[in-house]
Design a protein around this ligand. Structure first.
Ligand SMILES: N[C@@H](CCC[C@H](N)C(=O)O)C(=O)O
Length: 289
C-alpha cells in the first residue's frame, strides 16, 4: 500500500502526520513501526493521524502512535503540529480548534508569531486519580507535594530515585537533577519506563531548575526513547516544579531541540504550552502489508 504523509517537527520532536479525514488507512502496529523507522522508513518519534470530528462541539479527532507502534493518550508537541497541519491543509478556517484525544479534549490556537499555544487541560496528581500507577508506592513528603522513591535495577546494584508522578493525559515520572547534561538518561530512562510500579509504562523526565522561571529538561519517552523535546513532559516537569515550590507560574523550558513556554496557575487551572510547529517535507511511502 502506498500512502502520502507530511513530516513535521516541534522543538525537534519529530512526527509523521497522516490525513484520515476522508478515508481510514487502518494501519497495523507493524506499519506504524515501519513509518517511524529511521533506517527503513521515514523516521519519527510519533505518528499523528487526523480524523474527522467524532462528536458535536469538537473539530477533529487526534490519534497518536509512538515509534514502537503503540497508541497513546496524549502528545503535546504533536498537538501544535496537528493544529499547524489542519490550518495549512485548509481542513479548518479557524485559528482556534477543539481536538479530541484519547485522554480528553485539548484546544490548540495559532498565534500571530507562528507559534502555537495549546490548552492541555488540567494535570492530575492525586495518587488515586493517576490511572497508570500500581498500588504500593510510598510517597515521601517534600514541600507541598510528594515524591515517590523508586528502586531501579537488581537487588545487588539497586539505585533509589525520587520522582514526582503525574498525568498530563499520559503518565510522567519527573526527577530533579543538578546538571541535565550529565543526567543518566540512557541508563535510568529504560528502567523507569519499564518499572513494575507503572503497568502501562511511563515517560521519564530529568529536570534541572535554572531559576524560578527557567528549567532545562530531557525526557526519555515511553515507546520512543530520548527525544529532543517532549511537550507533555515539559508540562509535567513545570507542574511538578510548581507543586514542589521551586518554580513560578510561567516557565521557559529549554530542551535539546528548542524552547517551550509553560504556564500553570495551579489547582484545576489548565496547563498552557506554547512553542514552534514546523513542516519539514511531504512524501509518499510504500508500506509492507
Ligand atoms: N512527544 C510527546 C509525547 C508522546 C507520547 C509519549 N511518548 C507517551 O507514550 O506518553 C509530547 O510532546 O508530549
Amino acid at each position: 500500500m502506498r500512502i502520502r504523509f507530511t513530516k513535521m517537527q516541534g522543538a525537534g520532536n519529530d512526527f509523521i502526520v497522516l490525513d484520515e479525514t476522508r478515508q481510514r488507512l487502518d494501519l497495523t502496529p507493524a506499519q506504524y513501526r515501519q513509518l517511524a523507522d529511521r533506517h527503513f522508513g521515514v523516521g519519527a518519534d510519533q505518528i499523528l493521524t487526523v480524523r474527522p470530528s467524532p462528536a458535536p462541539g469538537v473539530d477533529f479527532e487526534y490519534v497518536i502512535h509512538n515509534a514502537d507502534g503503540g497508541e497513546v493518550e496524549q502528545c503535546g508537541n504533536g498537538a501544535r503540529c496537528f493544529a499547524r497541519y489542519v490550518a495549512d491543509k485548509g481542513l479548518t478556517r479557524s485559528d482556534r480548534i477543539k481536538v479530541q484525544t484519547l485522554s480528553g479534549v485539548i484546544e490548540p490556537r495559532l498565534n500571530a508569531d507562528g507559534r502555537v499555544t495549546v490548552d492541555m487541560g488540567k494535570p492530575v496528581f492525586r495518587l488515586e486519580d493517576v490511572p497508570f500507577v500500581a498500588a504500593g508506592l510510598s510517597p515521601h513528603k517534600e514541600g507541598a507535594w510528594e515524591k515517590w522513591h523508586l528502586a531501579l535495577g537488581t537487588h545487588a546494584e539497586s539505585e533509589i530515585v525520587a520522582v514526582a508522578v503525574l498525568s498530563m493525559g499520559n503518565p510522567h515520572a519527573v526527577q530533579e537533577v543538578a546538571d541535565v547534561d550529565r543526567a543518566p538518561v540512557a541508563k535510568q530512562g529504560p528502567l523507569i519506563e519499564h518499572h513494575s510500579r507503572f503497568p502501562k509504562r511511563v515517560n521519564a523526565g530529568f529536570m534541572q531548575v535554572v531559576d524560578r522561571g527557567r528549567i532545562r529538561l530531557r525526557v526519555f519517552e515511553r515507546g520512543a526513547g530520548e527525544t529532543l523535546a517532549c511537550g507533555t513532559g515539559a508540562c509535567a516537569a513545570v507542574v511538578a516544579g510548581i507543586r514542589l515550590g521551586k518554580l513560578d507560574a510561567r516557565v521557559d523550558v529549554e530542551t535539546r531541540g528548542g524552547l517551550l513556554t509553560i504556564e500553570w496557575a495551579g489547582g484545576d487551572a489548565p496547563v498552557l504550552m506554547t512553542g514552534p510547529a514546523v513542516t519539514v517535507f511531504e512524501g509518499e511511502i510504500e508500506l509492507q502489508e
